[in-house]
Design a protein around this ligand. Structure first.
Ligand code: ADP
Ligand code: MG
Length: 261
């Protein structure tokens, strides 16, 4: 046969083409430590994120996970390596990326609604449109009725819901979540995880992809399609694990039904 002939396809159906959102190649990050030697936090980091997936970043405390998120979001230029967003080099904060933090990072002097709408204000969205989008995000995340409350009047779980609404209101392509459940008690964390997964499975989250940073294996397995296991000193992607049936949406997959039915 001529060398150019393609081998016959054995796959039952080709995987759907998914948009590549992030590609990181040979990324390195070193922090200067005064007179001491530089601290190499990340070395040889390679990864891609595509639309339609929840990707976990699982690693020990201090392994450079938060540093990597800042690099992906364009908040920190890496010491070396390439960071692409939708195929283009990242040169500053990426507008299509939003973040949620372990500590919620809310403004205590602003109401829930004002906290949520802050990102829209920065984007120059007119007030009426801000209110409409803000209320939709507040509704979606289960905060209806708390629009005029202040963060200190809310439980930790509710505060993190505000953090999520604030990130979702801009309808980001990618939502980066940096240990979003770590500050919550077990049951509150469980509730929020479940709600988030259900919204994702129902296609109600206005995002294309989620990245979850966690040090909990259970959490990563429960929530993610794919887990990048991070090594420490320096941080790099040491293993990659696919969990194709981790969340409810994928349990409708015929391949899964074939096994369990
Ligand atoms: P993780 O999120 O996995 O806990 P981080 O990315 O926060 O890890 O930090 C990795 C290492 O880099 C830690 O040792 C931390 O002290 C150090 N580090 C983080 N940010 C800075 C910074 N801005 N300047 C100097 N060192 C930093
Ligand atoms: Mg961190």
């Amino acid at each position: 046969a001529p060398p150019s002939a393609a081998p016959p396809s054995t796959a039952a159906s080709p995987a759907p083409a998914r948009e590549e959102l992030v590609r990181i190649t040979d990324c390195r990050q070193a922090y200067h430590k005064g007179a001491a030697a530089d601290l190499v936090v990340l070395d040889d980091v390679n990864l891609t994120l595509r639309s339609g997936e929840i990707v976990g970043l699982l690693g020990r405390s201090g392994s450079g996970k938060s540093t990597l998120l800042r690099i992906i979001a364009g908040l920190l230029p890496p010491s070396a390596g390439q960071v692409l967003w939708k195929g283009r080099p990242v040169v500053g904060p990426v507008p299509g990326i939003a973040m949620v933090f372990q500590s919620f990072a809310l403004f205590p002097w602003l109401t829930v609604q004002k906290n949520v709408e802050l990102g829209l204000e920065a984007k120059g969205v007119p007030p009426a449109e801000r209110d409409r989008l803000g209320e939709a995000a507040i509704d979606l995340i289960g905060l209806s009725g708390y629009e005029n409350a202040y963060p200190k009047e809310l439980s930790g779980g509710m505060r993190q819901r505000v953090g999520l609404a604030r990130a979702l209101v801009v309808q980001p392509d990618l939502l980066l979540m940096d240990e979003p459940f770590s500050a919550l008690d077990v049951l509150t964390a469980e509730n929020l995880r479940t709600d988030l997964i259900e919204l994702w499975a129902e296609g109600k989250l206005p995002v294309k992809s989620l990245m979850l940073v966690t040090h909990s294996i259970e959490e990563a397995v429960l929530m993610c399609d794919r887990i990048l296991v991070f090594s420490s000193n320096p941080g790099r992607v040491a293993h990659e694990v696919s969990i194709p049936f981790a969340h409810p949406r994928n349990r409708e997959d015929p391949a899964f039904r074939q096994v369990v039915d």
